[in-house]
Design a protein around this ligand. Sequence first.
Ligand SMILES: [Zn+2]
Length: 414
Amino acid sequence: MKILYNPSTLEHRVNELVGTRLIPAYESPERITSILESLIPHYTLTTVCTDPEHAFSAAAKVHTSAYLEHLRSIFSAALSAGLVDASGCLLPECFPVSRLPLPKKSRPPKDLCARIGYYAFDMSSGIGEGTWVAAIASADLARRGALALAAGEDETVFALCRPPGHHCAPDLMGGYCYLNNTAIAVQTLLDTLPADQQVSVLDLDFHHGNGTQQIFYRESNPCYVSIHGEDEYPYFSGARSEVGEGDGEGYNLNLPILCDEVNWDVYEPQLKEAVEKLKSVGTQWLVISLGFDTFVGDPVGKFQLQTENYGVMGETVGRCGWPLLVVLEGGYVIEELGKNCLEFLRGVERGRRMGKAPNGVNGNGMNGHGNGVNGVSEDEDEDEDEEEEEEEEEEEDEDLVMVNGVDAEEEEER
Ligand SMILES: [Zn+2]
């Protein structure tokens, strides 16, 4: 398991409007702190510094250059113009919505406040002084995660991205998202791997990943599969009838669930259907947009999953044997976020062991696709798993190292 973290992701701290109140956004740096606290005793994390040039180029493959320039410069321009304090946050005020009689080619307004609305589809993505630094760091983690996976550095890579990204379209922010980390990771994989390799995205955040869907809607590679709350944010996308267009037809599957007591019994059949779809399109590499806002009591989600369910979720995808990049999306019950994250990653490792057949090696040099336990009874296999897990935990406890500063790879690049 390779886990990538960048401290610059903590620099973004903004407010949001909830009802009539302006409050500190639920999407806060403490989310990452909670995850670090839970993971550090069990894993060695790799801390990286942002490589701004490569990160910008990777982001420019899925976002427009005008949008990237806007994100990079709008706060300092507003600060210079006296429109905001250094500790303040910019929110949009007016949107060019589709039912207005807009000219065919609308352009970004000169007025700085109005320009924010031109590049946003809602009011939940405020821009503060540290937003660009954090957003590009987050995108860079996704890019590096994809490169590490493609290079075979590990069969599972977890990119601790923040702010999240799956709501972002090529030139629109919204839903706490500024750069579409998952789309950037997918594009990096597609650009790095041989052309015949099928990449898929499994979006397990409570909310539909409208941005990721939009970016790849006309493509057969990647396939996009999402399980999310029906008739929930972002409200105007995520229906089952959205199946992709052109070459992408049949490569987009939405599995919305109506939010009435959605516990594991309701969720699991959808996850099974999602995995069947991923298998049916010949997935060879998987990117998971992982949100924990499916957890019971989440302030912006309505499902009722429990901590142990994330273990089974991880196990289910781990069993499939695909090389896996996990990109963090939402999840706002901060006290439980780290535990849920740890449970998921443990589940992936357990699933991989369960899915490994003695002779099962696929075309990627990774183990076979859910080939089962081959001759070993389920009970025996589970006992072995537990023993292995205990041994591993002992080994890992001896190795409580968090690599701070710059990782070795980066030193070499310099
Ligand atoms: Zn979400």
